[in-house]
Design a binder for this molecule. Structure first.
Ligand code: SF4
Length: 209
């Protein structure tokens, strides 16, 4: 009999969602290993390759074990790049266990998975993404690197529905990036662009993983 299919994971841990509109909510993170991009500012470089092979049943069992002492209602599937692997069976199983699912993605690979919240985070230098995410995104999260310009923010604002917020997230909470985020927000305001806001990475302030 062939061995059961496995997924490559980096880590599973309880924390608080530190980014985006779900910021502050207790959440269990399932971090998948492997990514199709190589961003210089990546703060999870350890998860871009390697990883451990685990069946989706074992991931669900590990999440259930975490929930016995940390009964968070949300699971975030993150990476690495979660859409680079086949997570459909895992998502169905976690939802059957009563969990709400958020996916954080660089949005270059699309799959029509059910999820309760999808965070689309296009990356420099092209800030490109699969256009099918336009109808699926619940938020667009942009790391404020030196290459994030008012023109890029304006383009993404035009491309995504007005109901989808665009979040300007300073790179590693750095002061230069916070200044840049504020300027980008002011430029957007002056250009009449709506539903854009600045954020921070809350988990770093709380010293959480
Ligand atoms: S897409 Fe995300 S995980 Fe992949 S290299 Fe860029 S920041 Fe890192």
């Amino acid at each position: 009999m062939p061995p059961p299919p496995t997924l490559k994971i980096s880590e599973i841990f309880p924390s608080v969602q530190g980014e985006g509109l779900r910021q502050g909510e207790p959440t269990i993170f399932v971090r998948f290993a492997g990514c199709n991009l190589r961003c210089t500012f990546c703060d999870t470089k350890y998860a871009r390759s390697g990883g451990t092979d685990v069946t989706f049943e074992e991931i669900a069992a590990r999440v259930a074990a975490v929930r016995r002492h940390y009964p968070a209602p949300w699971v975030v599937l993150t990476g690495g790049e979660p859409y680079a692997q086949k997570l459909g069976a895992l998502i169905r199983r976690l939802r059957a266990d009563g969990l709400r699912i958020q996916i954080e993605t660089n949005a270059t690979i699309y799959r029509p998975w059910p999820a309760d919240w999808i965070t689309v985070s296009p990356k420099p230098p092209r800030w490109s993404y699969d256009p099918r995410f336009r109808r699926r995104a619940d938020e667009v999260k942009l790391v404020v690197t030196k290459s994030l310009t008012p023109a890029v923010v304006a383009r993404l604002r035009r491309e995504f529905p007005a109901r989808v917020p665009i979040l300007l997230q300073p790179q590693s909470n750095a002061s230069w990036s916070r200044v840049r985020a504020r300027r980008l927000l002011e430029d957007a305001l002056r250009d009449g662009l709506g539903n854009i806001r600045v954020t921070v990475q809350l988990h770093k302030i709380y010293d959480l993983p």
